[in-house]
Design a protein around this ligand. Structure first.
Ligand code: FUB
Ligand code: ZN
Length: 627
C-alpha cells in the first residue's frame, strides 16, 4: 500500500505515483530543518531574500507589467526583458515553498494579490505573457526560438503547483491550467510541432500531470521533447534542435536550457519508462559528469553564449551560471528518484554547496550570475540583474530544499543530504515514522540518525556514503557495525524500533583534487576540498603574498580551524610556498627545474564564502611544485 501525500506534505517532484520511480518524495512541509549551517540560510532566504526580491519585482516594473496587461494601469510602457514575467513567477514559487515551513498571513495575502494580477493579465483564451499584451498581440507565437513564451508559462505552472501544494488553493493552478490548455490547443500533440527555445514548460507539464492526473499534460510534455530536431527552433544546436532529442549524444548548447530539457526527459522516463529516452538521459548525464562539470559542480563553462564547452573545456574563468548549477541539481534529482544511485546524490551535494551557494552573498540579498574559479578581484555580487534569472532561482531552490532531504521507497527510508532536521514519513506499508538527523556537517563529521516508527517495522535505512567520505565508522546503539554499501548508500536493514539510533563518524581530511589530465587549465594544479566543500584562497587572507604566487608542495599539513568569520567557517591553513617575487620578462627561455620559492602561510576558505570581504584576487586551483 502506498500512502498519498497530503497537501501538507508539499512534495517538490511528486513521484508518489510514478511507475518507474524508485524513490518517493517526502515533501517540504513534512520536514523541519534545524541545522547549524542550513537553518540560518533558510531563515535568511525567507526573511531577507524573498521579501527583497518582491521589492525588486515591484521596482523593476515586472509586477507593473501584469497590471498593464490586465488594464489596471494606463500609459505604462512594458518594463524589462521579454521574459521578465518569469522573475515574478519564480518569486511566487519561492514564496509558496517558504509557506510550507511556516504559515505567514501577510505573505499569503501578498501572494493572493499577485495571483489576482496574473489572472487579470490573462486573456480569455488562456494566453498569458505581458510582453505580448497590449501592443504586441500580433507577435504571439511568431518566434519560438527566441521569445520564451512557453518558458514563462513553465515558470507560471511550477509556481502554481508549489502554491497549490503549500496552500491548498487552486487560484494560481487555474491560471496555469488555462495557459497550458492554450498551448495544448495551439501546439497539439501529433499535429503541430512546438517547443520553446528555452525549455522549462516540459518539466512543469510533467509535474502538472502528477498534480492533476490529466494525461494531456504528459502527452504535451513528451510532444515538446519530440518536437526537437524538426527545425522548429531553426535547427540550432545552441537551442538543442540540431537532432531529435532521442538521438542527441552529447551535452551541448546553452547550459540552463540543456539541463532543463534533460531534466524534463528524466521526468518523462519516471512516468513512462520510455527506454529510448532513458538511454538518452543516461548518456547525457555521463557526458556531463565525466567531461563538462567543474570541481564545484558548476556547469556551462563558456561566457560566450552561457554555454557548455567541449569535453574537458573547464577553464578557471568559467561562466558557471548559478542557474545552471540549479538546473544540474534538477536533472540529478530526477535521476536519483529514478535509480537511487548515489552518484546523483553526490552531484547534488557538490553543486548545492559549491555551485549554488556561492551565487548568494552571506547577506542573502546579493547574487552572482557567473561563478568563475579564479578572479582578479572585480567580480562582485549584485542585488539584481537586468536578466534576473539567478536570484529568484536561488530563492526557490533554498525554499524547497527541505524537500530534497529524504525519500522513501518500497524497501525503506532514505536520507539524501546530511542536514540537521526531522521529518514525518510514511513507509511503504503505511507505517508512520519520525526520522531525525543531527549533524555538524559540513564542519564536523559526526552524524546521528534517530528513528521513531509508530510501531516496530522492518525496512532498510539508506544513508549516504558520499564520494568525499573516506573511512566511516557506523554505530548502531553502542555497537560498531559494518553495513553494506550499495550505489553510494550504506544500507541498514532490520526491524527498527522507536528510539533506535545510528551514529556515523566520517573522517574529514583535507584532500587535494586534481582534474583529468586533459583539462588543460588545471595542469599541475589542485583544488582543496574538505567533506563536501571546495575551498579557495582569497587575497584578503594573504597580506604578504600575492595569491597568484602561491605554490603547494602537495605534502603540507592542512590545519582546520573553526572561525566565526564569514558566518562561521572552518578555514584551512598550511605552511606552503610562494614564488619569490619576479619582475623579469613576461617570456623567457625554458629552464627545467624549480622556480625559486620561499615559505608562505596559506589560508583557504570555503569557495561559497568568497567575495564577502574586501575585493581581491581569488583562486580555487593552486599550482603544485614539481617533486
Ligand atoms: O533566458 C532565460 C535565462 O536568462 C536563462 O536561463 C539564463 O541562462 C539567462 O540567459
Ligand atoms: Zn541565471
Amino acid at each position: 500500500m502506498t500512502v498519498e501525500p497530503t497537501i501538507e506534505d508539499a512534495p517538490v517532484v511528486d513521484t508518489t505515483r510514478s511507475p518507474h520511480a524508485r524513490l518517493r518524495p517526502v515533501g517540504v512541509a513534512a520536514v523541519r530543518v534545524h541545522d547549524r549551517f542550513w537553518s540560518p540560510r533558510l531563515d535568511r532566504n525567507r526573511d531577507e531574500t524573498i521579501p527583497t526580491q518582491y521589492q525588486q519585482c515591484q521596482s523593476t516594473g515586472a509586477l507593473t507589467n501584469f497590471r498593464r496587461a490586465g488594464g489596471l494601469v494606463d500609459g505604462e510602457p512594458f518594463h524589462g526583458l521579454y521574459f521578465s514575467d518569469s522573475d515574478v513567477y519564480k518569486w511566487v514559487e519561492a514564496a509558496s515553498w517558504s509557506l510550507a515551513g511556516r504559515p505567514d498571513a501577510e505573505l499569503d495575502r501578498t501572494l493572493d494579490e499577485t495571483i489576482a494580477l496574473f489572472a487579470a493579465a490573462q486573456d480569455d483564451d488562456g494566453y498569458l505573457n505581458t510582453y505580448f499584451s497590449v501592443d504586441r498581440v500580433a507577435e504571439r507565437w511568431t518566434d519560438l526560438a527566441v521569445r520564451h513564451e512557453m518558458y514563462c508559462i513553465g515558470h507560471l505552472t511550477q509556481a502554481a503547483i508549489a502554491h497549490a501544494r503549500t496552500t491548498g488553493k487552486r487560484t494560481l493552478l487555474d491560471v496555469a491550467l488555462r495557459a497550458c490548455e492554450h498551448v495544448f490547443a495551439r501546439f497539439t500533440p501529433d499535429q503541430v510541432p512546438g517547443t520553446c527555445g528555452h525549455p522549462c514548460l516540459e518539466m512543469a507539464l510533467v509535474e502538472l500531470y502528477r498534480t492533476t492526473r490529466d494525461g494531456r499534460w504528459l502527452r504535451l510534455a513528451t510532444w515538446q521533447l519530440d518536437s526537437r530536431g524538426r527545425g522548429v527552433l531553426n535547427g540550432s544546436e545552441y537551442l538543442l534542435d540540431h537532432a531529435p532529442l532521442r538521438e542527441q549524444t552529447y551535452v551541448t548548447g546553452h547550459a540552463v536550457r540543456a539541463l532543463y530539457l534533460y531534466a524534463a526527459a528524466a521526468d518523462v522516463v519516471l512516468e513512462t519508462g520510455d527506454e529510448q529516452l532513458r538511454a538518452v538521459v543516461d548518456r547525457l548525464w555521463r557526458d556531463l559528469a565525466q567531461h563538462k562539470t567543474a570541481v564545484t559542480g558548476g556547469v556551462g563553462a563558456r561566457w560566450d553564449g552561457e554555454a557548455f564547452g567541449d569535453p574537458y573545456e573547464l577553464p578557471d574563468r568559467a561562466y558557471n551560471e548559478t542557474c545552471a548549477a540549479i538546473a544540474a541539481i534538477f536533472f540529478a534529482w530526477r535521476l536519483l528518484l529514478l535509480t537511487g544511485d548515489g552518484q546523483y546524490r553526490d552531484a547534488i551535494e557538490t553543486a548545492l554547496y559549491n555551485g549554488v551557494l556561492p551565487g548568494l552573498a552571506l547577506s542573502g540579498t546579493e547574487f552572482f550570475y557567473q561563478n568563475p574559479l579564479a578572479d582578479a578581484g572585480r567580480h562582485r555580487r549584485k542585488p539584481w540583474f537586468t536578466c534576473a534569472c539567478c536570484p529568484p532561482n536561488v530563492a526557490r531552490l533554498l525554499a524547497s530544499l527541505p524537500g530534497y532531504l529524504y525519500t522513501t521507497s518500497d524497501d525503506g527510508l532514505w536520507v539524501h543530504l546530511y542536514v540537521g532536521s526531522d521529518a514525518d514519513v510514511h513507509l511503504a506499508d503505511g507505517t508512520h515514522a519520525r526520522v531525525e538527523v543531527r549533524t555538524a556537517l559540513p564542519w564536523d563529521g559526526e552524524v546521528e540518525i534517530e528513528l521513531t516508527p509508530d510501531e516496530p517495522t522492518e525496512f532498510t535505512l539508506f544513508l549516504p556514503r558520499p564520494g568525499w567520505a573516506g573511512d566511516v565508522t557506523v554505530r548502531l546503539g553502542e555497537d560498531v557495525i559494518e553495513p553494506d554499501t550499495a550505489q553510494g548508500y550504506l544500507t541498514l536493514r532490520r526491524t527498527w524500533r522507536a528510539g533506535d539510533r545510528v551514529r556515523l563518524r566520517f573522517a574529514l581530511p583535507t584532500r587535494l583534487i586534481a582534474a583529468h589530465p586533459r583539462v588543460a587549465s588545471t595542469h599541475f594544479r589542485v583544488a582543496l576540498t574538505r567533506g563536501p566543500l571546495v575551498y579557495c584562497v582569497e587575497q584578503v587572507d594573504h597580506p604578504d603574498v600575492d595569491v597568484a604566487d602561491i605554490r603547494l608542495t602537495g605534502t603540507e599539513r592542512w590545519t582546520p580551524t573553526f572561525t566565526e568569520a564569514l558566518g562561521g567557517v572552518v578555514a584551512l591553513t598550511a605552511n606552503a610556498r610562494a614564488v619569490v617575487p619576479d619582475d623579469g620578462p613576461l617570456y623567457r627561455p625554458y629552464e627545467p627545474g624549480a622556480v625559486p620559492t620561499q615559505p608562505a602561510t596559506v589560508t583557504a576558505i570555503p569557495y561559497y564564502a568568497w567575495a564577502n570581504r574586501e575585493p581581491g584576487p581569488m583562486r580555487v586551483f593552486l599550482p603544485v611544485l614539481p617533486r
